[in-house]
Design a protein around this ligand. Structure first.
Ligand code: ADP
Length: 433
C-alpha cells in the first residue's frame, strides 16, 4: 500500500475523533460542523500542495523543491530524487558525448554524421577543412548539395562496405580525398574522408620513375642490339670498322652499368634507415684524392686546383666521397676545354663548406631548383654525351641530407657554376692554432 493511504486514514481518523469529541461535548450539530471544517482544511491544504506541485513542475530545475509534510512530503522527496538521478544521468551522457566528440575531433580523417535524409548533423574540423563544410552553418543541409562530385549521390545512397570514391575538392588544388560511407543506427550514415594526396603523388612519382628508368635503359640497349644484329647479319671484313662498332657497343654497355650503379646507390641511400657512420676523417686527404680522380677524368683539358684548410669532418667518408666526386665530375663534364675548376674547403664560424667552382657552361636560373630531381637535365644530349646518368645530384642531395648539410648552387650561363655543401659546425673540427 502506498504511503499516502496510511497518512490519509490517519487524518480521517483524527477528524472522526475530533468530531466525536465535539459531539460528546456540544451535541451532534457541533460534531458535523467540526468534521466539515476539518475536511475543508484537509481539502484546502491538498489543493495548495497541488498548486505548488503544478508551479514547481513548470520549471523544476530553477525552483527549489517545495517543503511539505506527510504524504506530500514523500511525493516531493520522490520527485526530487528522480530529478537528481535524471540530472546525474544527463551529466554522464553529456560527459560521454563530450569524450565522444573530442575523440571524433581528434580523428586525422574527416567525419560527417548524416541523418536518414542525408542531412548533416555534425562534422569534425578535418571534414570542415577537407570538404569545405561548416558544422554550424551547414547543419541540417543536404550533404549532396554541398559535396559536388560526380556519382557522389549514388555512392552515398549505396553506402557499401569497402567501396570508396575519389574526390578532388575544387577549392583545394592538388588535394585528393578518398570518401567512404558507412551505415549505422537507424538509417544514419557516417561519411569519412581520407587525404590520399601524398599516396597519389608518391604513386605518380613511382610511375614516372619506372618510365624514366625504362627509357634510360632502353636507349643504350637499342643501340647495342642494333649493332650486334648488324654485326651478325653483315659482318664487316674491315677490322677497323668492327673495332669502331665494338667501341660503340662498349660505350653503351658502360653507360648502362653506370646507370645501374647510380640507381643502386640511390635506392640504398633512400632505403637507408640507419644513420651514416660518424667517423672523423681528414677532409684535405679526401679532397686531394678526389682532385686526382678529377684530373684523370679531365685528361689535361682543365686546370684543376685545390684551396683547402686543415679540418676533420665527422660523417661517412664513403658517402661523402661519392657526393663530392659527383660535384667534381659534373664540373669536369660541363666545363669546356681550357676551363678552370677549383675545389675548396673553408671553415667559417665553425661551419664547414666544400665547394666546387667551375668556369663552365653555367645553368639558367629557372633550372636550378629542379637540378637534384631524379633524371632532371638541362641539356639531355650533352648530359648523355658526357656519360651522365641524370642521377648524380639526387645522390648528392641524399648524402647531404643524411649529414644535415645543405646544397647551395650559384650559377650563370656562360660564366660558370659553384656547387657547395654546407656542413653544421658540430660535424667540423679544426686544429687549434
Ligand atoms: P647528369 O648525370 O646529367 O650530370 P646530375 O644529376 O649530376 O646529372 O646533374 C643534373 C643536371 O644539372 C645536368 O644534366 C646538368 O644539366 C646540370 N649540371 C650539373 N652540374 C653542372 C655544372 N657544374 N655545370 C653546368 N650544369 C650542371
Amino acid at each position: 500500500m502506498s504511503s499516502a493511504w496510511p497518512s490519509l486514514l490517519l487524518r480521517l481518523a483524527l477528524i472522526a475523533s475530533l468530531a466525536l469529541i465535539a459531539g460528546a461535548l456540544l451535541g451532534s450539530l457541533a460534531a458535523w460542523a467540526t468534521a466539515c471544517a476539518a475536511l475543508l482544511v484537509l481539502l484546502v491544504s491538498h489543493t495548495a500542495y497541488l498548486a505548488r506541485l503544478q508551479r514547481w513542475l513548470k520549471q523544476p530545475e530553477s525552483q527549489a523543491i517545495p517543503d511539505a509534510w506527510g504524504a506530500w512530503g514523500n511525493v516531493f522527496m520522490t520527485l526530487y530524487r528522480h530529478l537528481r538521478n535524471e540530472d546525474k544521468r544527463r551529466e554522464s551522457i553529456a560527459a560521454d558525448l563530450e569524450v565522444f566528440s573530442q575523440a571524433a575531433e581528434a580523428s586525422p580523417d574527416g567525419l560527417v554524421f548524416l541523418d536518414a535524409n542525408e542531412r548533416i548533423r555534425w562534422c569534425n574540423r578535418v571534414a570542415e577543412s577537407q570538404l569545405g563544410l561548416d558544422g554550424e552553418r551547414d547543419r541540417d543541409l543536404l550533404v549532396t548539395n554541398l559535396i559536388r562530385a560526380p556519382h557522389f549521390a549514388e555512392f552515398l545512397a549505396g553506402a557499401r562496405v569497402g567501396e570508396s570514391l575519389l574526390y578532388r575538392p575544387a577549392n583545394r588544388k592538388g588535394m585528393t580525398l578518398s570518401l567512404e560511407a558507412i551505415r549505422f543506427g537507424k538509417d544514419r550514415k557516417l561519411l569519412i574522408s581520407f587525404d590520399v594526396s601524398q599516396i597519389e603523388r608518391a604513386d605518380t612519382i613511382r610511375k614516372d620513375f619506372v618510365a624514366n628508368v625504362s627509357h634510360e635503359l632502353r636507349t643504350p640497349l637499342t643501340v647495342i642490339a642494333g649493332f650486334v644484329e648488324h654485326m651478325i647479319e653483315e659482318p664487316s671484313p674491315d677490322a677497323e670498322e668492327t673495332q669502331h662498332q665494338l667501341g660503340i657497343v662498349n660505350d653503351q654497355a658502360s653507360r648502362m652499368l653506370r646507370l645501374v650503379d647510380d640507381l643502386l646507390t640511390l635506392s640504398r641511400l633512400e632505403g637507408e634507415t640507419q644513420l651514416p657512420r660518424e667517423e672523423a676523417f681528414d677532409v684535405r686527404d679526401l679532397i686531394y684524392e678526389i682532385s686526382s680522380e678529377a684530373r684523370r677524368l679531365s685528361g689535361g683539358r682543365h686546370t684543376i686546383t685545390c684551396e683547402v684548410v686543415p679540418a676533420m669532418l665527422k660523417g661517412s667518408r664513403d658517402e661523402l666521397h661519392s657526393a663530392f666526386s659527383n660535384l667534381v665530375s659534373n664540373a669536369v663534364r660541363y666545363t669546356p676545354e681550357g676551363g678552370r675548376i677549383v675545389l675548396r674547403w673553408a671553415v667559417q664560424d665553425g661551419k664547414g663548406s666544400f665547394s666546387v667552382e667551375d668556369s663552365g657552361i653555367g645553368i639558367a636560373e629557372e633550372h636550378v631548383p629542379r637540378l637534384s630531381e631524379r633524371f632532371y637535365r638541362v641539356d639531355r644530349s650533352r648530359s648523355r654525351e658526357s656519360g651522365g646518368t641524370g642521377l648524380g645530384l639526387s645522390i648528392v642531395r641524399h648524402v647531404l641530407l643524411r649529414h644535415q648539410a645543405d646544397l647551395q648552387i650559384r650559377s650563370a650561363p656562360g660564366v660558370g657554376s659553384t656547387f657547395s655543401a654546407e656542413f653544421p659546425a658540430w660535424r667540423v673540427t679544426t686544429p687549434l692554432t
